[in-house]
Design a protein around this ligand. Structure first.
Ligand code: BGC
Length: 362
């Protein structure tokens, strides 16, 4: 009897164990198949062990979803994000979207500087869309004029923003990149910017110890300011970003936000040897700084405004994009569907020559 009971118990234990094992196998299969269902179809799936150089290479060719979430409120500058945009961007062959976000307009002015939940949920949605479409996404902090004007006193609030963002997105895949702050300028320069970087970095690293993090030099992320940028030597998960809009009087002709820009209307870009050499020299300077400092480089913005003639814009865009790729820089065009737009949101179609100029480089 005792023997029979013991063997029945052993049997039921075995069955329980088998059942448990089967359940676990099923759960794993379900997990894997749900991953497969949403998995990006390209190289943007990171391998388990990745260097910062390969994380940067993975950014590849990107485009800025500009004038949407960094406007004072979404839609105020004519762009409201749609799920279809992510689909279009992926289908065109881009690897990455950069998402400029004006967090400072959607957070309390007093401690603990809480970010508005509905605004954060909108950014969550954009991250979900990018991820579901197999795109990397660079989420930044864009336009915080108070920080540029009063860096010392505003650092507390900026740090609180990063505390919240970093915590919120800590469990996102490594296809989600953070960028500390777009185009520091004004009083946020030199040693003031260099002193702010480790403070903000620490806020991120508390919850995201190894996530690829993008940081650029002061002077509006100017290549010429790379030499002044100081980064913590022991953090090897940093990508350095620069922006390129030269010749400025060509790329920003007629830009309403740049004083005097109407006087530059009609400037073309010939792409003659001298013009090519100027671009090459600047981008090579960035690439060289990256090699010397062992920091991969992301050209996070470049573009020519739609008031310039179409042929010049295409020539310039093709050359910058191609040179950047030749030099091993990842990049993101400025921008998707507004004044520099490679995509015509009204016609719901790409401006093919511009898109082809961007995709020309192997
Ligand atoms: C700014 C945009 C501007 C673009 C080109 C970006 O960094 O945030 O407002 O349109 O540069 O000037």
């Amino acid at each position: 009897m005792a023997l029979a009971a013991a063997s029945a118990k052993a049997k039921s234990d075995r069955m329980r164990i088998t059942l448990l094992a089967e359940t676990l196998v099923c759960m794993c299969i379900a997990q894997v198949s749900s991953l497969v269902a949403t998995a990006p179809t390209t190289s943007s799936v990171p391998s388990a062990i990745e260097t910062i150089e390969s994380a940067n290479a993975r950014l590849g060719r990107g485009i800025n979803l500009g004038n949407a979430l960094e406007a004072p409120s979404e839609g105020a500058w004519g762009v409201t994000l749609k799920a279809d945009y992510f689909q279009q961007i992926r289908a065109a062959g881009f690897d990455t979207v950069r998402l400029p976000v004006r967090w400072s307009a959607h957070a309390d002015l007093a401690a603990p500087y809480a970010i508005e939940p509905t605004f954060a949920a909108r950014v969550d949605w954009a991250i979900d869309q990018a991820t579901a479409h197999g795109l990397n996404i660079v989420v930044n902090v864009h336009h915080n004029a108070a920080f540029d004007d009063n860096p010392e006193s505003e650092l507390v609030r900026m740090t609180a923003l990063w505390d919240q963002l970093a915590e919120r997105y800590q469990h996102r895949p490594t296809t989600v990149y953070f960028e500390l702050y777009n185009e520091p300028h004004g009083k946020l320069s030199g040693e003031t910017w260099n002193a702010a970087v480790p403070v903000l970095l620490q806020a991120v690293r508390r919850t995201n110890p190894t996530r690829p993090l993008i940081i650029g030099p002061d002077g509006w992320n100017d290549i010429g300011r790379l030499a002044a940028l100081r980064l913590p030597a022991d953090d090897r998960n940093l990508i350095v970003t620069v922006h390129y809009y030269s010749p400025f009087q060509f790329t920003h002709q007629g830009a309403s936000w740049v004083k005097g820009a109407d006087q530059w209307l009609g400037r073309s870009w010939s792409g003659d040897e001298k013009a090519l050499a100027e671009v090459r020299k600047e981008l090579e300077k960035a690439a060289l700084w990256g090699r010397e400092n062992q920091r991969p480089i992301f050209l996070g913005e470049f573009g020519a405004f739609s008031k310039a003639d179409a042929e010049s814009r295409e020539r310039w865009t093709r050359f910058v994009a191609t040179e950047a790729r030749r030099l091993g820089l990842s990049w993101a065009y400025w921008e998707f569907c507004s004044g520099f737009g490679a995509y015509d949101a009204k016609a719901e179609a790409w401006r093919e020559p511009l898109k082809e100029a961007l995709m020309a480089a192997p």
